[in-house]
Each structure stands twice: as C-alpha cells, then as structure tokens.
Design a protein around this ligand. Structure first.
Ligand SMILES: [Zn+2]
Length: 223
C-alpha cells in the first residue's frame, strides 16, 4: 500500500499484510507531519479516534515476527574476512562524510552515491550488505521513495540479505516501531551519525538475540 504525505509528498510503502488492522497514524520520516493510514477495507467512521503507536499484543507479535524474518543473512558477526559493503544515499555531504568516517574501513567498505540511478546500479551490481538512506536523498528523482520501493519490491529472500537504515533528525535512534513503519531495519537520529557503526552493530546483535528467544519459545503460544 502506498501512502503520500499531504505536506511534503514523500511516498511511503507499507506492507498491508503487516500493518495494524485499524487505522493508525505515523510521523512522516521527512517532515514529521502525522499521516493517517486507513488499511484497505477498514474505512472507519470519521468519529473513531486514531490510535497513535500504541501497539496491541497482536501487532507487537507481528512486529517481532517481521523483525525475525528480516534478520539479514549478512548479520554474521565474526565474518571479518569479507568487508561488509555499505551503500550510503545522502543529500547532505557533511552527514555523508560523517557517516563514512564513522565506519572502520578494515571491516566496512562504504560506497557513497548522490544519484538514484547510481544507487540502483550499486544495488544490482555490488553485493550491498547495508543500505543507509536519508529521506532527502536525490529529491529531484524522488530518490528516497525509489530506493524504498526497490527494497519493498524485492523477493523476501533477497530482502533478507541486507539491512536498511534510515537516518533523519526526526527519528529516535533504535526506535523499532518507527523502523517498522518506514520499512527499515533500523532508524537513527542524524545527531548520532558519527557513531553509526556501533549503533548498527548493536541493532544487528539485538536481532540475533530476538531470533534466539523466538527459537526457544517455539511451539509456545505467543504472548
Ligand atoms: Zn512529509
């Protein structure tokens, strides 16, 4: 399902099978304006209050399942023989440089691009492990939307091969629900850009931990 922010026109792609059944609102990742989302077939009366971000148990369960399913195959913590490849799609050159230098170049190879077609080419030609985006990337070509659509259109098996990170001044670092809504694995506040590598690694560790807990709980009715 595609929704468009009425204020800044950014387009978000939401997986209908994973969204809450009732209407809800999310903050626009670009301009922060609330966007009300009414799931298809759930056209609610106008008087019904909009629930903002209070996940029900069922939603939380499906969120956790989603996190599980999206734990990337590339999350092998000890595989240092091959450097992880990071694709950076940023409008702001300062932020781009800050993030590039936050990665240890013994373990990460950072490719920074300014244009959407370069980003798509890199996704297709190089084995990208981590895609890091800002919502203002290549606005002329709707770069952010194009990249997020590219990601959401991938086969789940392909999608699981890499980690998607969105960096914005509007996000709280490691906000799991915001990441879920954005279709990302992780969201990071721009102010934390200089420590992005350690935030990323912490996030991947958490995914792995979650995976372990789910295994242990297998066969048990969730929650
Ligand atoms: Zn907006």
């Amino acid at each position: 399902m595609r929704v468009t922010c009425a204020q800044c026109r950014v387009e978000l792609h939401l997986d209908e099978s994973k969204m809450p059944e009732r209407r809800f609102s999310v903050r626009c990742p670009r301009c922060q304006k609330p966007i009300v989302i009414v799931p298809p077939g759930q056209e609610a009366p106008a008087t019904e209050p909009v629930v903002e971000t209070s996940a029900s148990v069922a939603e939380l369960t499906s969120l956790l399942r989603e996190l599980l399913n999206s734990a990337p195959a590339g999350a092998r913590a000890n595989d240092s023989r091959n450097r992880r490849r990071v694709l950076l799609c940023f409008a702001n050159p300062d932020l781009r440089n800050e993030i590039t230098s936050s990665f240890n170049d013994l373990t990460y190879e950072v490719i920074a691009v300014e244009k959407t077609d370069s980003a798509i080419n890199a996704m297709q030609d190089a084995k990208v492990d981590v895609l890091i985006l800002d919502p203002n990337f290549d606005q002329e070509e709707r770069g952010y939307e194009t990249m997020m659509r590219y990601v959401s259109d991938l086969h789940p098996k392909e999608r699981r091969r890499f980690y998607v990170v969105v960096v914005s001044p509007h996000y709280k670092t490691l906000d799991g629900r915001a990441a879920f809504i954005a279709g990302a694995n992780l969201v990071v506040n721009s102010a934390d850009a200089s420590t992005l590598q350690s935030i990323l690694e912490r996030s991947i560790r958490d995914f792995n931990e979650l995976y372990k807990l789910f295994h242990r709980a297998a066969g048990i009715e969730p929650f």
